[in-house]
Design a protein around this ligand. Structure first.
Ligand code: ZN
Length: 87
């Protein structure tokens, strides 16, 4: 049975929901070939979008989470996309 350890992403989301305000978090997520962005509040209300599509979470200018291999500015996949921010 063992309790599964929460990922960093899920810890951030859980903190936002229970302690902070999800409206103040910006989420970048993959939608087909595009990266879309919205508040965490809006993301969570779209139950159809799975969390593993999140590539970047910011609060203000602070980057709280970036998925491995993705840009911490635009959330796009590095190298294979048109991201110009470098690593
Ligand atoms: Zn970028």
């Amino acid at each position: 049975m063992g309790k599964k350890k929460k990922s960093k992403r899920d810890e951030i989301i859980s903190y936002a929901i229970h302690v902070d305000d999800p409206l103040t978090y910006l989420v970048y997520y993959r939608d087909y070939d595009q990266i879309e962005q919205c508040s965490l509040e809006d993301f969570l209300s779209m139950e159809i979008v799975p969390r593993h599509r999140i590539t970047l979470i910011k609060k203000g200018n602070r980057v709280l989470y970036v998925k491995h291999g993705h840009c911490s500015v635009c959330g796009k996949k590095l190298e294979t996309s048109d991201c110009k921010h470098g690593s």
